[in-house]
Design a protein around this ligand. Sequence first.
Ligand SMILES: NC(=O)c1ccc[n+]([C@@H]2O[C@H](COP(=O)([O-])OP(=O)(O)OC[C@H]3O[C@@H](n4cnc5c(N)ncnc54)[C@H](O)[C@@H]3O)[C@@H](O)[C@H]2O)c1
Length: 354
Amino acid sequence: MDRVRLAIVGCGNISQLNAPGYLQHPRCDVVALCDTMPERATRRAREWGITPRIYSDFKQVLDDPAVDAVELLTPTWMHADQIVAALAAGKHVSAQKPLAISVPEADRIAAAVARARTTFRVTENFLYYPPILKAKELLDSGAIGEPSLVRIHTTRAVQITGQAMDLDPDAMVWRRDPGRNPGGPLYDDGVHKYATAVLWIGEIGDISAIVTRGTDFLAETPAAAIWRFKGRECLGVIDYTAAPEMTIRARYYRADEFFEIHGSRGIIWVTRGTGEMLDMPAVVLIRGSETVNYQVPADWRLGFDGAAADFIDSLLAGRQPAQDIHTAKHILQVPLAIYEASRVGRAVSPDSIK
Ligand SMILES: NC(=O)c1ccc[n+]([C@@H]2O[C@H](COP(=O)([O-])OP(=O)(O)OC[C@H]3O[C@@H](n4cnc5c(N)ncnc54)[C@H](O)[C@@H]3O)[C@@H](O)[C@H]2O)c1
């Protein structure tokens, strides 16, 4: 394959960030856009300055022999059926996180991936965000010695300084349906953070958690979970708070996060992610009295561009891009284990979530 002919399926909110990396890739042609509301596809084609085939039915994409690969940006509860159908139709598949809404769905996808001759991955933009990659490079070079704790904090805000993305409220309709969405931010957003922790240290073992459940199904703050990484003397902590009376610096979504990796010889901070809440360099290395700042590119959208480029480059090179199905299933099990641990009041292993 010399070029990749891609269809983008689902032209809703995240397509605004997910598509540009494909549009700018020199060996990718976005040949089709599909949305059950085709006016959304037509609008995106206009915004992106392209003239693709416009489809309103996913089956049309699968029947199009001039589509090599699909990027699925549809509601998460549709992912399993669409991934399985697309692989069966011989398409390469990249699907936005989370992989699916349940472990049986993940197993069904894994079986389809095992049968397929084409490639599957989950699109996880945090794995390509330059500050997170810089932290990985520092960690792997031994800059902080042996890691003992990773902490990932998320602040959810109502007010932000930037314009924010143009978000269609329809995206909250399926998210508010407990039959189609197993949780709030610890699931929908948390998967980014568990994927980051797994990238840095490895798979996640037993988890204890307290998740506050208010009247709003999607409000899960404050919440905190703590785990031990499998086979490592290293703990992970993830915590979420809401700050409805605080305006934070952010441009895309109404949230930001920061990360700490503590080690025997030093500490790494990644001070931003989705937003720019902390007025600090994006990556800081603290080694006793020595502090080193790394001014790496830190616009959150760069993670999406990197994810798109890696999918195309991997298809052209015949290699597996991140995030593979094994990791994606593990990452899905983590928030489900967090919910279960909070419910039963004791530690739960992600592997036990079936
Ligand atoms: N990486 C990130 O930071 C991030 C952020 C937001 C959303 N997401 C993920 O992206 C996915 C979509 O989320 P969103 O917020 O863009 O949702 P959305 O509701 O804004 O967009 C979904 C789009 O899919 C279309 N659609 C529905 N059924 C379809 C079908 N059968 N065939 C084709 N199109 C169909 C809808 O009309 C809509 O335009 C979810 O899995 C979500 O978790 C990822």
